[in-house]
Every structure is written in structure tokens, then in C-alpha cells.
Write a protein that binds this ligand. Structure first.
Ligand code: OSB
Ligand code: MG
Length: 393
């Protein structure tokens, strides 16, 4: 396989419902769709799902564009490779920038499986044709508004609901939701918002009484010791998200007993190859995993769905239907969930068609890199309106 042209489409879609985490709130999302074209004309799509600003990780839409354009795509264009892992090896020397890598890596997987005529899920080692999925609910202005959101999702058939928490928005809303939904699979996610103080540990012990499936990322990403100390104090499994970027982070967390469940995100770990490696290591260690999301458009959502079909993903993944987030998604058909499950696509490659007209209509700017006859790379940038960023927390 040889990639002869690559395009980075900066696409903005409105969210059907504003989403707030402990760090920021948003009403639109801007992601970068990566389109790779092989010399035989086959196309593969991937998604760079970085938040606009550096609130979840250090990356932004702007840094992912820069790194993809200056380092990742030039390393890939024109190179011969026979497997997506060999494509990924082309940028092994680039440190960090996992979101940017993830979009290009997933596009290489989509391209290769499309060319081979095999479903992405099968190529990754997936064994199931449908996977349990859940929804993630942001911080709401009032407890009543949150209860209404939970009810909506329960009515839509989701068996697992994750609630975002932050200091000041924790024990009260969680107790209210637990009282209203005594038997539901509930879990909480703090996105690292709690300082590692005795007061925070006391909040977590209080949450422990609500029979939650997990307490996700209460403390700062690098503070594995606080997560290990917490796991000694609570029966609820402590789940890591932001703390595990590289496989070595997972090894360290396992050695420290700082992790009871792992959220595997394709974006956070730098792509599908890395996500499969994390799955394999967790499975060997007997650690349950699920696939987290970054509010992906359909392209990234389809890749997450394929990954979730691997046998170690025993907990419901954040691959809810497109309609929870977008009135019209960039893939056809949209990702659909029924009775808390999403079907794993069976067609070749990603298994969804990209709605290119809709992508064009919502594109803010585009960068195209093409292999020139002399072997060099020609870059063409069509800038969109300034400022793909959001105002921040
Ligand atoms: O921690 O899982 C998270 C969205 C943005 C930043 C961080 C997180 C999230 C989500 C998204 O919870 C859930 C989804 O994509 O369905
Ligand atoms: Mg999380």
C-alpha cells in the first residue's frame, strides 16, 4: 500500500445538547477528518477528535493540524507498507501528539481494510457482532435537569449511564440519580478535577455507597499514587482514563494497583494499534476494559465500535448512537443504538460511507498534501474562518 494523497478536513458540527465537564462546556465540536488516498484509488477515513482547546490533554485542533501536516503525513506519503502497524512505525519517533496520530493511524487501518475487503472489526481481532454501549451525561445546571437527561437516555434504552462530576457537583446529584434509578448501571467521571486531599477522599468514600460501576479519573492524570491510595479505601473499582496515554502508563498503574478498570480511548492512546495493545495487556492482567469516546463524529465512532468488538471489552462502551450528539452525522447510515447495543458493521473497511457533501458543507478549512512527481510533497492549504478554538473554561 502506498498513500499518494492526504487531506485534513476541519469540520464543525453543532451538538444537539450542550455538554459540560469539570473543565469546560461546548455547543459545537470541531474535529479534523483525515482522508488518505492509496495509489490504486482506495480511500480511508480517520478522525482527529481533539477538543478545540488543551483541556482534556495538551493537544488542540490547531496542534493536531500542525503535527499531522508537518510530521505525520509527510512521513507516510509515498512510503510502501503492508500493514497499518507498519504505517504507524513511520512516525514512531514523534513523541506525544496522540490525538493527531490516532486520526492518521485509524485512516490507515480504514484504508488497508477497505483495500483488503475485510471489515475493520475483524482485522482488529473483534469477535462480536453487537456491543453493549452507554451514554455519558455532562454537568447540568440543576439536579432536576440532570434527572430529566437520565430519564431521556433510559427511555432510549441505554442500560449504562455515566455522570460527569466535579467538586461541588458530586454526592448530591449522584444520590438523586441513584434514588430515582435504583437498579441502573451508573458510573461517575471527574476528569481529574479533584485535588488529592482528605476532603476529596471523603467525597469518593461517600460515592462508594451508591453501588457505582466505577469511579473514573478522580485525580490528576500523573497522580497514580492517589488513585492507588483511593482503591484501598473504596470497593468501587477505580477507572483510569487520562492517566493512561502510553502502554507503560498501564504497566505502572497495574504494578501500583492504581487501576481497577481501564477506559481505552483510541484518541488518547494514539490510534487503533495502540488501543489493541492496551486491550491485550489488560486482558492478560485480568483487567476489565471499555472503549471511551471523545464525542466522535461517525468516522471516529465507527472505529471505536470496531475496537469495542474485541473480547476484552466486557463493560459497555461510550459508542452511543450518533443522534445523541448530532442531528446529522458525517456517515451514512448514522451509528444507531437499540436496547443499549450498537451493531458492529460487517462491510469492508470502516463499514460506513462518508457523506462527503455534508462534510464539505461543514468544512472550515482544508489542507491537502500530495505526492509530487519528483517524490516531494506538495501542500495546499485552504484556510477557513480564523479561530477553530473555543473560549476555554
Ligand atoms: O472523559 O470520557 C471523557 C468527552 C470529552 C472529554 C472527556 C470525556 C468525554 C466523554 C465523551 O465522556 C463520551 C462520548 O464520547 O460518548
Ligand atoms: Mg473520562
Amino acid at each position: 500500500m502506498r498513500v499518494v494523497e492526504a487531506a485534513l478536513h476541519v469540520v464543525r458540527l453543532p451538538l444537539v445538547h450542550a455538554f459540560a465537564t469539570s473543565s469546560h462546556s461546548k455547543t459545537t465540536l470541531t474535529h479534523v477528518l483525515v482522508e488518505l488516498r492509496g495509489e490504486d484509488g482506495t480511500v480511508g477515513w480517520g478522525e482527529i477528535a481533539s477538543p478545540a482547546g488543551p483541556w482534556y490533554s495538551a493537544e488542540t485542533v490547531g496542534t493536531t493540524l500542525l503535527v499531522a501536516r508537518e510530521f505525520l503525513l509527510p512521513a507516510l506519503l509515498g512510503a510502501e507498507w503492508d500493514h497499518p502497524r507498519a504505517a504507524g512505525a513511520r512516525w514512531r519517533k514523534v513523541r506525544g501528539h496522540e490525538f493527531a496520530k490516532a486520526g492518521v493511524d485509524a485512516a490507515a487501518w480504514a484504508l488497508w481494510t477497505q483495500a483488503e475487503g475485510v471489515p475493520l472489526a475483524r482485522a482488529l481481532g473483534g469477535t462480536r457482532d453487537r456491543v453493549p454501549v452507554g451514554v455519558s451525561l455532562g454537568i447540568e445546571p440543576t439536579v432536576d435537569a440532570l434527572l430529566a437527561q437520565v430519564q431521556r437516555q433510559v427511555d432510549a434504552g441505554y442500560g449504562r449511564v455515566k455522570l460527569k462530576i466535579a467538586p461541588g457537583w458530586d454526592t448530591e446529584p449522584v444520590a438523586a440519580v441513584r434514588a430515582a434509578f435504583p437498579d441502573h448501571d451508573l458510573h461517575v467521571d471527574a476528569n481529574g478535577a479533584y485535588p488529592a486531599t482528605e476532603a476529596s477522599f471523603a467525597v469518593m468514600r461517600a460515592l462508594d455507597a451508591h453501588r457505582l460501576t466505577m469511579l473514573e479519573q478522580p485525580f490528576a492524570p500523573r497522580d497514580l499514587l492517589a488513585h492507588a491510595a483511593l482503591q484501598e479505601q473504596v470497593a468501587t473499582p477505580v477507572c483510569l482514563d487520562e492517566s493512561v496515554v502510553e502502554l507503560d502508563d498501564l504497566r505502572t498503574a497495574l504494578a501500583l494497583r492504581a487501576v481497577g478498570v481501564l477506559n481505552i480511548k483510541v484518541s488518547r492512546m494514539g490510534g487503533l494499534s495502540a488501543a489493541v495493545d492496551a486491550h491485550d495487556l489488560a486482558r492478560e492482567a485480568g483487567l476489565p476494559v471499555w472503549c471511551g469516546g471523545m464525542h466522535e463524529f461517525g468516522v471516529g465512532r465507527a472505529a471505536n465500535l470496531a475496537l469495542s468488538s474485541l473480547p476484552g471489552f466486557t463493560l459497555p462502551s461510550d459508542v452511543s448512537g450518533s443522534e445523541k450528539y448530532y442531528a446529522r452525522d458525517v456517515v451514512v447510515p448514522p451509528v444507531v443504538s437499540r436496547d443499549g447495543h450498537s451493531a458492529v458493521p460487517t462491510g469492508p473497511g470502516l463499514g460506513y460511507a462518508v457523506d462527503e457533501a455534508w462534510v464539505r458543507e461543514n468544512t472550515l478549512g482544508r489542507t491537502v498534501l500530495a505526492l509530487a512527481p519528483d517524490g516531494g510533497v506538495r501542500v495546499e492549504v485552504t484556510p477557513g474562518p480564523a479561530g477553530t478554538g473555543d473560549p476555554g473554561p
